[in-house]
Write a protein that binds this ligand. Sequence first.
Ligand SMILES: Cc1cc2nc3c(=O)[nH]c(=O)nc-3n(C[C@H](O)[C@H](O)[C@H](O)COP(=O)(O)O)c2cc1C
Length: 428
Amino acid sequence: MTVAPRPQWRENVAMLVPILLVPDLGPDREDLAAYEARAGYRALRRALEGPASAVLEAVDAARLRGRGGAAFPAAVKWRIAAAAPARPKFVVANGGEHEPGSEKDKFLVARRPHAVLEGLLLACFATGADQGVLYLIGDMAEQIAAAEAALEEARAAGLVGADILGSGFSCEIRIHRAPSTYVAGEESAAIDSIEGGPGKPRKKPPYPGESGIDGRPTTVNNVETLAHVPFIVREGALAYRALGTDESPGTMLFTLPAEVAHPGVHEVPFGTTWRELIDGVGGGVRDGRAIRAVHPALSAGFVDAEHLDVPIAHETLRPLGSSPGCGGVRLVLDGDDVVARLLEVARFFMAEQCGQCPPCRMETNQFVHVLQAVQGGKGPGFDAQIRKVADFARKKGNCSLIEMAAAPILSALDVFATELATAAGGGA
Ligand SMILES: Cc1cc2nc3c(=O)[nH]c(=O)nc-3n(C[C@H](O)[C@H](O)[C@H](O)COP(=O)(O)O)c2cc1C
């Protein structure tokens, strides 16, 4: 598929509240000495002096939500895993980022691998896991090299392996190389790949927390989610909740597209408005064109330009039929061919669905067919057709790709109602 050119990573010099993207660190991988110089591994050292439950309580009190797209409360998942008696127990740091327009996980692993590693170790400690897996895509050479180097440094410093820092807590961490597909980032697909399978989503239940890798309790978290944990443990839940909003605490990484003056990965607190993010942090649209809509992530609903002053948070975007998603922001600008942009999204999901679930195959194919008809000016009834297909397919897949593919198209029916009706030849 054609997507916006991969943006260059750029440190956010205008950042207000650095948790993950500390400025002035230079363009290279942050090594152990540099990470420790900015309080790195202090959270782990402190945590290991107390009970594992204290870490879980801090993450719960911080109301940390997943950054992999679904915004699930981390502590809820961790509690299930912590309560499971079986050993071995696993935590997977999901860095299988494959969504066009999203670069933040690749950025974190390549440039701040110790923050991810410390978060992963804290999650293992909190859930009683003795095995951590850093899940990366096999062709991510830069990320794999950075993770391997960080792991080696951490192991040499006694931060990974047996009896970490003499605390009695032992935890092995390894890197898994996943297939380069979108679905391989889904948590049960990740487990399948780690077990040696093709990396396709599995039917749930059982959920990974009960039965994951080799049937053992497994917690899967996005690498960004984990990278927030050291700050929470070190500075406290209240300091974390002082940032962001009540329901969406803390900061989030957003990847801004090539159309803005400063594309790349930026960290802002939740509650920042779209206008502040795009015009303030991102420097505005390069060619001065007006924004028609914001697409917070490929699988999120579109946000009409009339809502550019809405603060970015789960609770403010939900009523608009959208979400922060994984923060791989795309822009629809005045003059863009809306139907072509929608087809690009629909074709991505059609190509990336794994073929296991007939309703998902049907839905993603139908979206493309209906939008092609609209593009050809032969789309009367497209609105009803799209809604019918999405209604039929909902919840009928092994994973939520079936809902993720529908979200942007359904929201487009409202946000781009005029453009779609015009293209279709007058009638929805
Ligand atoms: C098709 C599909 C692809 C996904 N890709 C990713 C991914 O690349 N990275 C990720 O962290 N989560 C991905 N997820 C979400 C994971 O299933 C899971 O919810 C997430 O890793 C949990 O982490 P979090 O709770 O910290 O967000 C994907 C989900 C689906 C349905």
